[in-house]
Design a binder for this molecule. Sequence first.
Ligand code: DX5
Ligand code: ZN
Length: 220
Amino acid sequence: MNAIHKRMLAPSMLSGDFAHLADDIEYVNRSVADWFHIDVMDGVFVPNISFGFPVMDAIAKYASKPMDTHLMIVRPENYFERCAKAGTQWLSFHYEATHKPLEALRLIRSLGMKAGVAIKPATRPEILEPLLEDADYVLVMSVEPGFGGQKFMPDALPKVRTLRELISSKGLDTLIQVDGGISSSNADAVFDAGADCVVAGSAVFKAADRDAECRAIKGL
Ligand code: DX5
Ligand code: ZN
């Protein structure tokens, strides 16, 4: 049992200040946020390149909360072991990036991590049904993956509701994470639809009052 059903927040370090990343890591450590969200992009699966293992290792060194790594890369399986070595506890890959999503989830679990599968906005949530038993979490993208700071796509909400129903009907405790364009202005709607965890990058790091924004997202 994961048994973490509450409003969780995973700030995306992609929106941090890379010249002063330690400050932003320390911020998350002492904030009400729950996880570090680490966005890895390869310039192939998505039209942008973010960062790789040197940065992930550096974050791991200072992070006192779990790291949740979101791989937006082709051939994700090739990097699961390296992510485990970097200390990631939660690891997601994209359904659209592999021909063997079930094997990928099982591989992540066999490496001692929590396994997640992510879907892009155009991907139907029902295709995840046969994977739910092997997934600790599913990630519904509410923007096209590739960039922080985009506008939330409300089409994600019915997808979250569908997944919540599927997960409940199977008696599972797979968590639902939603990622992209989330802030205190729409977090209630996302959690009401059935999400357990939201990712927020620009909303947290660009906020005038970060503490107030994190608390509002979590409904505190
Ligand atoms: C987008 C990433 C997101 C993004 C979130 O491809 O997966 O995690 O950094 O940033 P905001 O919250 O600014 O949309
Ligand atoms: Zn992400």
